[in-house]
Design a protein around this ligand. Structure first.
Ligand code: UDP
Length: 239
């Protein structure tokens, strides 16, 4: 498997929409708690865990700018949405007894810690789950890119992309094509040239440059996250 017990430090990336359950907007507490338990099961294996959570369940810059908010402003609104999601996840993890730090790319000292690389590494060494919030801190980026960036900075051994409704990367949309085929392994270049939906192109490029594997696995499969770390389960490895 791609993972197995040898993986010591990973980046878990989930979209904001993964937290909204079947609500269509915002945060669904039982869903947040379920994902926190998935994280707990991996934390109990001694794996050091970084997380990046998107903000699309609350606000997306592109959609906001389509509704008349200036693009950069809309992107900052999106970044703030990721902070809310990070705080919700921190609350859920801490209620399971897991020490967690939220670290924001945009300083907001009353709310969470600012991003200081060495400090973040120290938290990981102390087995605290570190949630990176506010994306990269820059408009025109996404939380996929933030996940690839922080995964490199934290020397993670893989990015684990948890997705709902799919157990990996397919050659076409498996929801619409019954003959869609899942890749066990695929190169960064093929993901880019075939326009497969894994992460956005700048995130893939960043991962490729540093030979950081991306593992796409089903987040909605109970025990899905843990099984990847145990070297089992269904997934696609990119890179
Ligand atoms: N965003 C940004 N810079 C970043 C990360 C995020 O401007 O580095 C903004 C952008 O507007 C984006 C929103 O935050 O639409 C929410 O992030 P994203 O769309 O990546 O969330 P996801 O789709 O993963 O839920």
């Amino acid at each position: 498997g791609p993972g197995g017990p040898h993986l010591k430090r990973v980046m878990l990336k989930i979209s904001g929409e993964a937290l909204m359950g079947d609500q269509g907007y915002g945060l669904n507490p039982p869903t947040v708690e379920r994902i926190a338990r998935e994280v707990q099961s991996v934390h109990q294996m001694g794996v050091e865990i970084c997380m990046v959570i998107g903000g699309g369940n609350i606000f997306r810059g592109l959609q906001g700018s389509a509704q008349g908010v200036e693009r950069t402003t809309a992107d900052y609104m999106g970044m703030l949405a990721t902070v809310m999601n990070a705080l919700a996840m921190q609350g859920a993890l801490e209620s399971l007894g897991i020490h967690t730090r939220v670290i924001s790319a945009i300083p907001m000292d009353q709310v969470c810690e600012p991003y200081i690389r060495r400090r973040a590494v120290r938290h990981l060494e102390k087995k605290r789950v570190v949630i990176f919030a506010a994306g990269t801190g820059n408009p025109y980026f996404t939380t996929d890119t933030a996940a690839a960036l922080r995964a490199n900075e934290m020397a993670c051994e893989a990015i684990l992309m948890g997705k709902n409704g799919v157990d990996g990367v397919y050659d076409k949309d498996p929801a619409r094509h019954s003959d869609a085929v899942r890749y066990d392994k695929i190169s960064y270049d093929d993901v880019l040239s075939k326009h497969l939906k894994v992460m956005d192109a700048s995130a893939i490029a960043l991962a490729r440059e540093n030979s950081l594997p991306i593992i796409v696995f089903p987040l909605d499969a109970p025990g899905g996250f843990k099984s990847i770390l145990a070297g089992q389960g269904t997934y696609t490895r990119v890179g």
